[in-house]
Design a binder for this molecule. Structure first.
Ligand code: PLP
Length: 360
């Protein structure tokens, strides 16, 4: 069997033990004579899967009781619309922080629904840093503040979660959910597409404080109303059953490894290894300001030589996949989510060392 180190930003690597468990259980799930894909979403076996998935996620993230966990579809991109449709219901005003391509898309979509104010942006410096957000920047009447906690394309991250006072904080956490310990109580809503750090594509996890549910206008489509999914335990219609099952296996794997505290330690170690190597090299460089660097998505460039394509190709030949940077940033990008083992980062650093010697 061939397995590569896949540095893709998403869909990304899944842990091998999870894939192997799914493979083992595939044709006959728990003596049902069916695969999970063939089970009714109303069956006892699937009820156990979705209940267990939620309970594992609650444990891992220490989600307080007054939050609902929803398993939806439509990706993080659908949340760009669902958030304003459900939350822009009092003043009709919301505050957004523009820290990159995904923030921009969230802002563009929200503008269809109300009065959207961009309170801070790092676009002036190509999104290479995270602007400081203080409470005096926030209109106390705003219905919510929206941030992208980790900017997948630009490789920046909020090291400190802003204090928004009584205004609910909404976070697109697609690319750093489950990567470290966070205090869920600081947020009104956390949402994430699953395909980066949770499981396969097709599932979107939304963690929403109960008081923010049930406020959407009458005209809000049923499927886009948080209340619909909250009242039905994410079973209003057929949910992405297999993706939920895979997410459950990932949550079990995280638990076995010691939970988010342990993951954070591993992730910081992996990222540090790469950043330290880039810092001491005069061939590679990081475009991101030091205090804003992501531990999940690490872009790097080779400023003085025109060898990006050669780098990506040679890396691929050594089993280091998908290192090409996003078209809007260029250079290279290593996405090192939870499922990327330390050995993968070590292999990348050795390759980078060798490539530097051969191309400088
Ligand atoms: C990948 C990503 C998205 C888009 O997710 P989809 O599930 O494809 O809609 C949005 N925001 C961030 C931060 C992402 O990393």
């Amino acid at each position: 069997m061939k397995r590569v180190y896949n540095f893709s930003a998403g869909p990304s690597m899944l842990p091998l033990p999870v894939l192997e468990k799914a493979q083992k259980e595939l044709p006959d799930y728990r003596d049902s004579g069916m695969s999970v894909m063939e089970l009714s979403h109303r069956s006892g076996l699937f009820t156990d899967i979705i209940t267990e998935a939620e309970s594992l996620l609650r444990d891992l993230m220490q989600i307080p009781d007054q939050y609902k966990v929803l398993f939806l579809q439509g990706g993080a991109s659908q949340q760009f619309a669902m958030v304003p449709m459900n939350l822009l219901v009092n003043s009709g005003k919301a505050e957004y922080v523009n820290t990159g391509s995904w923030s921009k898309k969230a802002i563009k979509e929200a503008k269809k629904f109300g009065d959207i104010n961009v309170i801070a942006s790092s676009e002036d410096e190509n999104f290479t840093y995270i602007p400081k957000i203080t409470q005096d920047m926030i209109d106390p009447e705003a219905d919510y503040v929206h941030i992208t906690t980790n900017n997948t394309i630009e490789g920046t991250t909020f090291r400190n979660i802003p204090d928004t006072g009584d205004v609910p904080l909404v976070a697109d956490m697609s690319s750093n959910i489950l990567s470290e310990e966070i205090d869920v109580s600081k947020f009104g809503i956390i949402y994430a597409g699953a395909q980066k750090n949770i499981g396969p594509a097709g599932l979107t996890v939304v963690i929403v404080r109960e008081d923010l549910i049930g406020k959407a206008k009458e005209t809000c489509p049923t499927m886009l109303n948080y209340q619909t999914h909250s009242e039905s335990g994410s079973l209003h219609n057929t949910p992405p059953t297999f993706a939920i099952y895979m997410a459950k296996l990932v949550f079990e794997w995280l638990n076995e490894l010691g939970g988010l505290k342990e993951m954070q330690k591993r992730n910081e170690k992996k990222a540090q290894m790469l950043y330290d190597f880039i810092a001491k090299s005069d061939f590679y460089a990081s475009p991101v300001k030091e205090d804003s660097r992501s531990i999940m998505n690490i872009p790097f460039v080779i400023p003085d030589y025109d060898v990006d394509a050669a780098f990506v190709k040679a890396a691929q030949e050594e089993g280091l996949e998908t290192l090409k940077g996003h078209r809007s940033v260029g250079g290279m990008r290593a996405s090192i989510y939870n499922a990327m083992p330390v050995e993968g980062v070590e292999a990348l650093v050795s390759f980078m060392e060798k490539f530097e010697k051969e191309n400088k």
